[in-house]
Design a protein around this ligand. Structure first.
Ligand SMILES: [Zn+2]
Ligand SMILES: [Zn+2]
Length: 263
């Protein structure tokens, strides 16, 4: 499978607009909202993003003594390797596919998509060999993931901006130095992660995992205490937990009031 998969990577090293043009019958939304969506009537969705920081480009292959590909040095593996894996696996397993744009500038077009009620959602957009859920999970989902993967911490990807109640996971696919000209994929790690994922998929494809925050019908920002007055109705703003009163009376005047101009 390795060999076939890595040969197919060449396709995914073309310009973003070329790929959108090739998938034109599956493109939803235009300009800043464009994404590719293939509806196979599935209960699971796979996700990756087409935009890259560096223009995609193959550089070189480091081989083992037995001449097997060990590392592929390729610009734009984040997230063209993810596109390849999501596309291939979704076809093989009959799963829905969403390929987004503008993830790297944190304006992912995933935010415009209208989601079906999925059992769970998997994205392939992470370096290394762990998985992250960004809190879009519940104990059962974390437990199921933990049986096959290391569970780590992450900051942002498409799944963070999706209007969905389904649990989400971002799978590490073995690349390193995501945004660098020297980015590479460790072939063995990629293969191991795909194998782990296939086992996870087989065990969990028919199970519905709803995000904990949705289960308890609680907004993610509720229940926090205000850093200033301590009242339990705070929201998370600019790195602080602040209630509405303190925001209006304490924070806003500091930034917008006359005092700030007098310094
Ligand atoms: Zn990415
Ligand atoms: Zn990135």
């Amino acid at each position: 499978m390795n060999h076939v998969l890595l040969n197919k990577l060449k396709y995914w090293l073309q310009p973003t607009n070329k790929i959108f043009a090739d998938f034109t019958e599956y493109v939803v939304g235009d300009k800043d909202q464009r994404r590719v969506f293939i509806d196979r009537g599935a209960d699971i969705l796979f996700v990756a993003h087409i935009d890259t920081v560096q223009p995609p480009k193959y550089k070189r292959t480091k081989r083992t003594k037995a001449k097997k590909a060990k590392r592929l040095y390729v610009q734009g593996l984040d997230d063209r390797l993810g596109c390849l894996i999501a596309c291939e696996l979704s076809e093989q397993l009959g799963v829905d596919l969403l390929l987004t744009d503008n993830e790297e500038c944190c304006r992912t077009t995933a935010q415009w998509h209208n989601y079906k009620q999925y059992n769970w959602i998997a994205e392939f957009d992470r370096a290394g060999d762990d998985v992250v859920t960004y809190g879009l999970d519940n104990p059962g989902f974390l437990n199921a993931l933990g049986r096959h993967f290391k569970v780590g911490f992450g900051s942002y990807s498409d799944i963070c901006d999706m209007e969905t109640k389904a649990c989400c996971v971002n799978i590490g696919i073995g690349y390193e130095l995501a945004h660098s000209q020297d980015s590479y994929v460790v072939v063995k790690t990629m293969q191991e992660q795909i194998n782990r994922f296939l086992t996870f998929y087989a065990e969990n494809k028919d199970i519905t995992y709803i995000q904990q925050a949705e289960l308890s019908d609680q907004n993610w920002c509720q229940g926090w205490h205000c850093d200033i007055c301590g009242i339990a109705e705070a929201e998370y703003i600019h790195g602080y937990h602040i209630c509405e009163d303190c925001f209006c009376n304490v924070i806003e005047p500091v930034f917008t009031g006359p005092q700030s101009l007098q310094v």
